[in-house]
Design a protein around this ligand. Structure first.
Ligand SMILES: [Zn+2]
Ligand SMILES: [Zn+2]
Length: 140
């Protein structure tokens, strides 16, 4: 079981360690939301994640037609990501974890919109958009 929390600590969640995927997303929306070169998200079954406290501060923002991003209304920490066509799945921000998990990112996604000032220096697979999207070719 992993535990995560926001910067101010009001929102806490736990997630069973049944990780489906760990990805560094370089899309412009993740970059802006995290204020960082990319966001690391951990995909899991929605039923694996439980909000332990601070649910009243958990604020949803619909960043595109099918995506809702949840953050703390008090401190702004990015925490959860929902994609409405796949309600059985969700993603949570690796940066919110309180202890070191036993996993590492597996791939870079949306590298086609990567920050021009950021250089990827590892050998993980890179995808221009999302790996499962039709017609998407692996970059590297
Ligand atoms: Zn907070
Ligand atoms: Zn993204």
């Amino acid at each position: 079981m992993y535990t995560g929390s926001c910067l101010c600590g009001d929102i806490k969640f736990e997630a069973k360690d049944e990780t489906l995927s760990v990805m560094n997303c370089h899309c412009s929306m993740c970059r802006k939301q995290h204020g960082a070169a990319y966001a690391t998200f951990i995909g899991t079954q929605t039923e694996n994640v439980t909000i332990l406290s601070g649910e009243d501060k958990l604020t949803r923002y619909r960043s595109s037609e099918h995506v809702e991003r949840c953050f703390c209304a008090q401190c702004g920490s990015s925490l959860l990501f929902y994609y409405s066509p796949r309600p059985e799945l969700m993603w949570f921000a690796a940066g919110a974890l309180d202890e070191s998990p036993e996993f590492a990112p597996q791939e870079h996604i949306y590298v086609g919109s990567k920050a021009p000032w950021h250089t990827i220096t590892d050998d993980l697979p890179q995808y221009k958009t999302y790996p499962s999207q039709e017609g998407n070719e692996q970059n590297g």
